[in-house]
Design a protein around this ligand. Structure first.
Ligand code: URA
Length: 434
C-alpha cells in the first residue's frame, strides 16, 4: 500500500477502505509519512468528505494509535460528558460533583483550552494546589472511593489525533464534520467510558455556527459512539451568548460553586439539570429524564453536591476552603465596569467577541505556549433580554495589566447589541440526537 495511492483515491472522490485508513493513521503516528502528504490527504477529505463508514474507521484507527484506558475496575456504568466548547462553559465543574453526588461514577479526562474557549483543566487549576496529573491506577481508585476524578488526557491517548489536529489547524481543514467527529470521539472512546453525553454547542461562539451543522455533527458523533458499542446521546445547546455570567478561569470556578449552592445563573442551572439527567439515565441511576432532573435538584438542595465538590478538590490536592472563601482563589487587582452608551434591550451578546475580550486579558491562549492569568476575565452584568439605561453597567472587566484594558473593553462593547425592541431569548436546548 502507498500513501500516494490513498491520496489519489480520495482526491478522485472514492471511498477509502478500513485498511487504507488504518495504514495512513498508523504510519503517520509513527512519523513514517511526512506532514505534506497527510496535509494533501486531509484536504482531499475536507473537499470530498467522508462516508459514515470511513468516519467510523478513522475514529477507531485514531483511538488505537495510543493508549486505550480500561476503566472496568470501576464499579458501575461510567458516563462521560463532552462539550464541543463554548464561552463561559464551566459546566463540568458543577456537573461532575452533581452526578457523582447522585451515585453515578464520574471518571473524566479533560483537555485544555485553546483560543477563545477555556478548558476545564485550566479552570480547575485556578484552585490552589489542585492537580490534574494522575496515574491511571490512582484515577481508578479515586473514582471507586469518591465517585469522582478529573484528570488531564495523557500525551499517549490518540497519538495520531494529536498530530493530525495540529496539522489541520495550519492547513484550514479543521471545520469538517467527519474530521471533528472522529477527533473528539477517538479521545472519548480511548478514555474508557461506557456511555457518553455530548453537548454540541451551536451559535456564533461555537465551532458549529449553524443549527444544521450542529445537528449533523451531533449525529456523526452519536453514530460513531453507537457503532463502537457505547450508548451515546447528543444535545444541541445554545452558544449565541456566553453561558452564565463569568468568563475566565477562577471567575468560572466561583460561578460553578454558586450553582452547587443553589444560586447559579438560570441557563447554567438548566444545562446542568438537562445534561446531568441524561448522564444519570445512561448510568442507570435514574429511571427517566424527570427522575434524573429531580435527583440533580435534590443533590443541590441537600448540599450533597457541594460536599462532593469539597471531597473532589481535597482528593486532588486542592484547597477545599475555596468553596467557602473565594478570596483564596486567584484575584485580579482591578475590576472595571463597562457602561452602556445607550438605553434599550440587550438583544445579543456575541459570545466569540466576549471570549476574545477575555483572552486578550490573559484568560485564554492564543498559542499553545501562552501562559494563562487565572485571575482575569469578564463578568457579564446584563444578559440577552435585559433592559439597560444609558450608563448602566453591562459587564465588569477583571484584570491585572491596564495596558490590555482598551482592546478588551472595545471587544466587549462590540459584543453587546442594544436595540429598542425586546428580542425573544434564544432557546438553551435545541434538540437531542440519539
Ligand atoms: N475538538 C477536538 O478535539 N477535535 C476537533 O477536531 C475539534 C474540536
Amino acid at each position: 500500500m502507498r500513501i500516494y495511492d490513498i491520496i489519489k483515491k480520495k482526491r478522485d472522490n472514492h471511498q477509502l477502505t478500513k485498511e487504507e485508513i488504518e495504514f495512513f493513521v498508523q504510519k503517520y503516528s509513527k512519523n513514517e509519512i511526512p506532514d505534506y502528504q497527510v496535509s494533501a490527504l486531509l484536504m482531499a477529505i475536507y473537499l470530498n468528505k467522508m462516508t459514515k463508514e470511513e468516519t467510523a474507521y478513522l475514529t477507531e484507527a485514531m483511538m488505537n494509535s495510543g493508549d486505550v484506558i480500561d476503566l472496568s475496575k470501576i464499579d458501575g456504568i461510567k458516563v462521560d460528558k463532552h462539550s464541543t466548547g463554548g464561552v463561559g462553559d464551566k459546566t463540568t465543574i458543577a456537573l461532575a460533583p452533581l452526578v457523582a453526588a447522585c451515585n453515578a461514577p464520574v471518571a473524566k479526562m479533560s483537555g485544555r483550552g485553546l483560543g477563545h474557549t477555556g478548558g476545564t483543566l485550566d479552570k480547575l487549576e485556578s484552585i490552589p494546589g489542585f492537580s490534574i496529573d494522575m496515574e491511571v491506577d490512582d484515577f481508578i481508585d479515586a473514582v471507586n472511593k469518591h465517585k469522582i476524578a478529573v484528570c488531564g488526557q495523557t500525551a499517549k491517548i490518540a497519538v495520531a489525533d494529536k498530530k493530525m489536529y495540529a496539522l489541520r489547524d495550519v492547513t484550514a481543514t479543521v471545520d469538517n464534520i467527519s474530521l471533528i467527529a472522529a477527533s473528539i470521539m477517538c479521545k472519548k472512546l480511548a478514555s474508557g467510558a461506557n456511555s457518553i453525553v455530548l453537548d454540541v454547542k451551536t451559535g456564533d461562539g461555537a465551532f458549529m455556527k449553524t443549527l444544521d451543522d450542529s445537528f449533523k455533527l451531533a449525529k456523526a458523533m452519536v453514530d460513531i459512539g453507537t457503532e463502537m458499542g457505547r450508548e451515546t446521546v447528543g444535545l444541541i445547546t445554545d452558544m449565541n451568548e456566553p453561558l452564565g455570567h463569568a468568563v475566565g478561569n477562577s471567575l468560572e470556578v466561583i460561578e460553578a460553586i454558586e450553582t452547587l449552592k443553589g444560586r447559579g445563573p438560570s441557563d447554567l442551572v438548566e444545562l446542568c439539570e438537562t445534561l446531568g439527567s441524561y448522564m444519570l439515565v445512561l448510568a442507570k441511576v435514574a429511571d427517566d429524564f424527570d427522575d434524573g432532573v429531580d435527583k440533580i435538584r435534590d443533590a443541590i438542595s441537600s448540599g450533597r453536591a457541594l460536599e462532593k465538590l469539597k471531597v473532589f478538590i481535597e482528593n486532588q490536592g486542592g484547597d477545599k476552603n475555596i468553596v467557602d472563601d473565594y478570596t483564596l482563589l486567584p484575584q485580579a487587582s482591578e475590576i472595571i465596569p463597562v457602561k452602556s452608551e445607550k438605553s434599550g434591550y440587550v438583544s445579543k451578546i456575541e459570545a466569540e467577541e466576549v471570549g476574545i475580550a477575555a483572552m486578550i486579558l490573559g484568560a485564554g491562549r492564543e498559542t499553545k505556549e501562552d501562559e494563562l492569568d487565572l485571575s482575569v476575565g469578564i463578568v457579564l452584568n446584563k444578559k440577552v433580554g435585559d433592559y439597560v439605561n444609558k450608563d448602566d453597567v453591562l459587564a465588569y472587566i477583571h484584570l491585572n495589566n491596564m495596558e490590555k484594558y482598551k482592546s478588551s473593553e472595545e471587544k466587549l462593547k462590540n459584543a453587546y447589541k442594544i436595540t429598542d425592541e425586546k428580542v425573544e431569548n434564544s432557546k438553551l436546548i435545541y434538540g437531542v440526537v440519539t
